[in-house]
Design a protein around this ligand. Structure first.
Ligand SMILES: Nc1ncnc2c1ncn2[C@@H]1O[C@H](COP(=O)(O)OP(=O)(O)OP(=O)(O)O)[C@@H](O)[C@H]1O
Ligand SMILES: [Mg+2]
Length: 340
């Protein structure tokens, strides 16, 4: 569990074992060729090999030189990032590094101060979150957001609402067509709950589910949008070790069976190192490394970002509780409305 009190210690423990050989920064991809910059403040910038391939066309999602400032704080600083088709890529970094903020820029929840986001070759920088979701960009949240007083099945069906054809009148009158559509939505919701491994919870209230199952319900709900890309913010927070281990297989199934690309934010290195084809590391808003798990494991700057130069840095915030139980209210938050 990444967000337990011991989470940071576990993370540091894992990083401590990462090794200490200097890294030769190597980008599997990400960033336009012209976005490569020389390092500032001692940070390593990640150079994109000039392959002649347009990253906008080659990737299902491409974020080009994203900067986001909150007043005087630069939360994300000139970060380019790509998600290739049918891939599993990860974003890691110490607490406060800017990971969730970057996610929020990708999904449109935050407007980037600078930079552009492309989905399937289209510039979606000005597209609202709910439209991005309908275009195939689905996400889960670091702090679980479910309709606590709705059943698991209903939570998934709500997400499907934007895909259903029935209008307001037919919803009130309940025409045969509307009833059929609802029946089909219910079937799809059950299939999705089965798919994420919580088929038995179909009639249970979301707020009564374990944290691990709530996380999986969020994933089922995101998948109801039939996404091209699934963005998961700390999906294993609240899961027990067995559930985390099963999660690895699940992510591969999502990629291989559904053809969905997955971007993970995770603190749990045992998950990250096993399943990521490519890992990107943020520290204080800047990308400090990008590469394969082996590259990252051996990257001195990554180790220092977590531990400090002396190997004893204590200044990082403890992980926030990753899983907050769904509240008693069945009212969606603004974010949920935007997501659905
Ligand atoms: N809406 C906001 N307004 C002002 N500052 C913000 C806002 N959102 C995030 N920040 C700041 O931006 C920085 C990055 O935060 P962010 O939540 O993206 O980090 P993170 O890498 O997701 O951390 P964690 O691992 O703890 O989840 C932090 O300093 C945070 O306080
Ligand atoms: Mg976060």
């Amino acid at each position: 569990m990444s967000s337990s009190d011991g989470g940071l210690r576990e993370t540091l423990g894992d990083v401590t074992q990462l090794g200490s050989t200097p890294n030769s920064p190597e980008a599997a991809d990400g960033g336009r060729p012209d976005s490569a910059e020389s390092g500032v403040d001692g940070r390593v910038s990640v150079h994109e090999p000039d392959t002649g391939v347009d990253p906008v066309e080659a990737n299902v999602l491409f974020a080009d030189r994203i900067t986001i400032r909150f007043g005087g704080l630069t939360a994300v600083d000139n970060v380019s990032f790509s998600i290739p088709p049918k891939s599993v890529v990860s974003l890691i970094g110490p607490n406060g590094a800017g990971k969730t903020t970057f996610f929020n820029v990708l999904t449109g929840l935050y407007e980037a101060t600078e930079g552009a986001v492309y989905l399937d070759g289209k510039d979606i920088t000005a597209v609202k979150p709910h439209k991005r979701a309908a275009m195939g960009l689905a996400r889960t949240f670091q702090n679980i957001r479910l309709f606590g007083l709705m059943t698991a099945e209903e939570n998934v069906m709500v997400a499907m609402h934007s895909h259903l054809k029935a209008g307001v009148m037919s919803t009130i009158i309940r025409t045969p067509g509307q009833r059929r559509e609802e029946r089909e939505a219910r079937e799809t919701a059950r299939e999705l709950l089965d798919y994420v491994g919580i088929g038995k919870t179909v009639g249970e209230l979301a707020r009564n589910l374990s944290y691990g199952d709530q996380r999986r319900l969020e994933i089922a709900r995101a998948m109801a949008l039939k996404p091209r890309v699934l963005l998961l913010d700390e999906p294993t927070a609240g899961m027990n070790p067995q559930e985390s281990s099963n999660f690895n297989d699940f992510v591969y199934r999502v990629r291989d069976e559904k053809g969905i690309s997955v971007l993970l934010i995770e603190h749990d290195m045992s998950v990250i190192m096993k399943i990521s084809e490519r890992i990107t590391v943020l520290d204080r808003g800047a990308m400090i490394a990008q590469g394969t798990p082996d590259d990252i494991r051996n990257n001195q700057q990554v180790i220092e970002a977590y531990l400090g130069k002396t190997g004893t840095r204590e200044g990082k915030r403890l992980p926030k509780p990753g899983a907050v139980a769904a509240g008693p209210s069945a009212q969606p938050t603004t974010t949920e409305q935007e997501q659905a």
